[in-house]
Design a binder for this molecule. Structure first.
Ligand code: FAD
Length: 470
């Protein structure tokens, strides 16, 4: 057992990786302390990421629906307006309720919570400058680094969080910008672009790469981009921003083709820089104890999440792998299970990805491009929501389900869904892949009618046979 002041597990960082690891450790009977500098728990995800963005996506979607969809459902308003402060207050309430909820879970599970900035003084000691002032040393037999990630800036661009904002600033603009330029067509840029576009901004997305969301299945991506364009989002692909001037009332951006060529100018009231995120380990004292990082600053770990220093572990956004909250949580649980001498397991091939636009795009497993590259013979089953009765009933029928299955065995290799609630629909596919199911296993599973999920069943039928409703 640990000495009175010594923990079995110390977690630095209270994000989805860190707080989940801390709760799991305490539940397993380990004496646990979690150190968080922010003053609130939940990390990037709860405070300035997943949760506030989904709150604003929902609020802005409601406005957009009220304006564009309600009349055709026979619901009419004489007046419709946006109360932005109220919208922001609802988002803030969701965030504070959830972050306080985690504090409650810490108490319930007896996780000791230290508010302050932690830095290593030895592989088993963390010095914490506490938020209330002063310093304390927290000792642990095992220390988990869960310090997450931070916004990546671009050379020559200074984020002031007013006119040139990161995702954090884009979550709390005080007015709807007339023109919003988004640099980077990843999921964060597209989600935040959708929020402000629905509220009235003219949105232009500038992307260096030839495609938006490069990890997406190509066919689904094409439809997705068309859908966003229908919503008036403009794309400048294969384009780089070479200069930015924020000295005047409007921001002036100079852009040129990625391959070089003629320059042009764009104007914006607000520019969102969403060109990726970088691991955050500033001031953590990794050098002091000799923890290695790779060339982009991530901390490499072994199969048990241990760094090159014995007893020091790392999880979540700070280690190589997808920077997603649910992946960080899986890391956290598995890492603690290893520390407790049990088996932990995360299947990194089956981490679902979701873009929470409208419709949403969700995927798990391999894209068609990846399957092709593997050289396996495969079948594709597709089913459009236009032929799904529930989607038609609610008049929200854009999108499709696409299932890739191995030709010889019918084993499912990848599933891609574009639908209003694709982020929920994807999980039967995640489970199917987890169990190594065949497409026929899904097709022969009874799905309730009328549901959007029936489109998953019909796409599964289409891989090896014919769907009924197409
Ligand atoms: P973080 O959440 O970054 O938490 C790390 C914590 O450690 C921070 O609170 C930080 O203050 C603290 N910390 C750092 N250094 C120290 C120190 N030295 N001492 C004490 N504390 C320290 N992911 C999804 O899965 N779904 C989404 O919908 C989604 N939407 C997103 C939207 C936006 C706008 C952004 C920015 C991100 C989004 N993400 C989403 C990504 C998600 O937020 C991250 O993958 C997730 O938060 C990573 O968890 P983590 O615990 O590794 O790190």
């Amino acid at each position: 057992a640990a000495a009175a002041d010594e923990n079995d597990v110390v977690v630095i960082g209270g994000g989805p990786g860190g707080y989940v690891a801390a709760i799991k450790a305490a539940q397993m009977g380990l004496k646990t302390t979690c150190i968080e500098k922010r003053g609130t728990l939940g990390g990037t995800c709860l405070n300035v990421g997943c949760i506030p963005s989904k709150a604003l996506l929902h609020s802005s979607h409601m406005y957009h629906e009220a304006k564009h969809a309600f009349p055709s459902h026979g619901v009419k308003f004489s007046q419709l307006e946006i109360d932005l402060p109220a919208m922001m207050a609802q988002k803030d309430k969701a965030v504070s309720g959830l972050t306080r909820g985690i504090e409650g879970l810490f108490k319930k599970n007896k996780v000791n919570y230290v508010k302050g900035f932690g830095k290593f003084v030895s592989p088993s000691e963390v010095s914490v400058d506490t938020l209330e002032g002063g310093n304390t040393i927290v000792k642990g037999k095992n220390i988990i680094i869960a310090t997450g990630s931070d916004v990546k800036s671009l050379p020559g661009i200074t984020i002031d969080e007013e006119k040139i904002v990161s995702s954090t600033g884009a979550l709390s603009l005080s007015e709807v910008p007339k023109k919003l330029v988004v640099i980077g067509a990843g999921y964060i840029g597209l989600e935040m672009g959708s929020v402000w576009g629905r509220l009235g901004s003219e949105v232009t997305v500038v992307e260096f790469a030839p495609d938006i969301v490069p990890s997406m299945d190509g066919e689904v991506r094409k439809q997705f981009q068309r859908m966003l364009e229908k919503q008036k989002m403009k794309f400048m692909l294969k384009t780089k921003v070479v200069g930015i001037d924020a000295s005047g009332d409007v921001v002036k951006l100079t852009v040129e083709p990625a391959a070089g060529g003629e320059q042009s100018t764009l104007e914006a009231d607000v520019v969102l820089v969403s060109a990726g995120r970088i691991p955050y380990t500033a001031g953590l004292g990794l050098d002091t104890i000799g923890v290695q990082t790779d060339k982009v600053g991530r901390i490499p770990v072994d199969k048990h999440f241990m760094t090159n220093v014995s007893g020091v572990y790392a999880i979540g956004d700070v280690v190589p792998g997808p920077m997603l909250a649910h992946k960080a949580e899986e890391d956290g649980v598995a890492c603690v299970e290893f520390i407790a001498g049990k088996e932990g397991h995360v299947d990194y091939d089956l981490v679902p990805g979701v873009v929470y636009t409208h419709p949403e795009v969700a995927s798990v497993g391999k894209t068609e491009e990846q399957v092709k590259a593997l050289g396996v013979a495969y079948q594709v089953g597709k089913f459009p929501f236009m032929a799904n009765s529930r989607a038609k009933a609610i008049d929200d029928a854009e999108g499709l389900v696409k299932i890739l299955a191995e030709k010889e065995t019918d084993k499912i290799l990848g599933v891609h869904i574009m639908a209003p609630n694709a982020g929920e629909l994807i999980h039967e596919a995640v489970l199917a892949l987890q169990y190594g199911a065949s497409s026929e296993d899904i097709a022969r599973t009874c799905h309730a009618h009328p549901t959007m999920s029936e489109a998953v069943k019909e796409a599964a039928m289409a891989t090896y046979d014919k769907p009924i409703h197409m």
